[in-house]
Design a protein around this ligand. Structure first.
Ligand SMILES: C[S@@+](CC[C@H](N)C(=O)[O-])C[C@H]1O[C@@H](n2cnc3c(N)ncnc32)[C@H](O)[C@@H]1O
Length: 221
């Protein structure tokens, strides 16, 4: 069952106030791990999709340029408040936007990151396609998410909760294999993170090349 944008906005309007208490410390090791894997360099242009309340924002090193987007006004308001409170000068912009229809030109960023978002978004493959479009050729994607557990008992319990996706705002039975097949991600590294390694960090190269892009545009024209 797909979770549509309205349902996401409704759920995260409800979650926004308590989000940091419930999902702050619990998921913070994964946020730290992903930013370490990004090996950020001074001047890197980074896009974080589904930035939420901005729990990751203080973790980026100085010298990078971070843009965050989210579809939830209430989550974003908290990210903005955090940015102002902590004087996070590396945060360039926090914008209300659908990650499946990004309002940025092609090749705008060096690195694009999605933390705990792909099993929430209505069309994960569309989201990755947009991440790919706005990432420069040779750039990298970083994703951390929970995927359906390989253990049949745990996976079975997750499937039991699947009908509650709309209510919970994410898919507990989100399959890694289907996600990789549908999104066509070129995964270079896969690392278990957070408690019991229950979540997975993916690092993927942007296989898009400037030449190929030019060729596909020529065909479309
Ligand atoms: C589980 S929260 C993760 C928030 C944050 N990344 C973190 O580490 O805590 C999922 C976030 O993704 C956002 N989201 C879901 N679908 C989205 C979409 N299509 N476009 C933009 N944001 C989206 C939700 O509004 C929510 O803030």
């Amino acid at each position: 069952m797909r979770v549509d944008i309205n349902a996401i906005q409704k759920v995260y309007r409800r979650y926004a106030q308590g989000y940091d208490v419930y999902f702050g410390a619990l998921l913070q090791p994964g946020r730290k791990a992903i930013i370490e894997k990004m090996h950020c360099r001074s001047g890197d242009r980074i896009l974080e999709v589904g930035v939420g309340t901005g729990l990751s924002l203080p973790l980026y090193p100085l010298g990078v340029y971070v843009t965050g987007i989210d579809i939830s006004r209430e989550m974003l308001a908290r990210a903005r408040a955090r940015t102002a409170r902590l004087h996070l000068d590396h945060v360039m912009a926090l914008r209300l936007m659908d990650a499946e229809s990004l309002q940025f030109p092609d090749d705008s960023f060096d690195k694009v990151v999605a933390m705990y978002v792909v099993s929430v978004a209505p069309h994960p493959a569309r989201l990755v396609s947009e991440m790919r479009r706005v990432c420069r050729p040779g750039g990298e994607f970083f994703i951390v998410n929970h995927f359906q557990h390989a253990n049949p008992v745990v996976g079975g319990v997750e499937r039991l909760f699947a009908p509650l996706s709309r209510l919970m705002g994410f898919h507990p039975d989100f399959s890694l294999e289907n996600f990789l097949r549908e999104s066509g991600l070129d995964v270079a590294e896969r690392t278990p993170v957070n408690a019991l390694g229950y979540w997975t960090l993916l690092r993927a190269r942007n296989g898009k090349t400037a030449a190929r892009l030019g060729a596909s545009r020529a065909v479309v024209a």
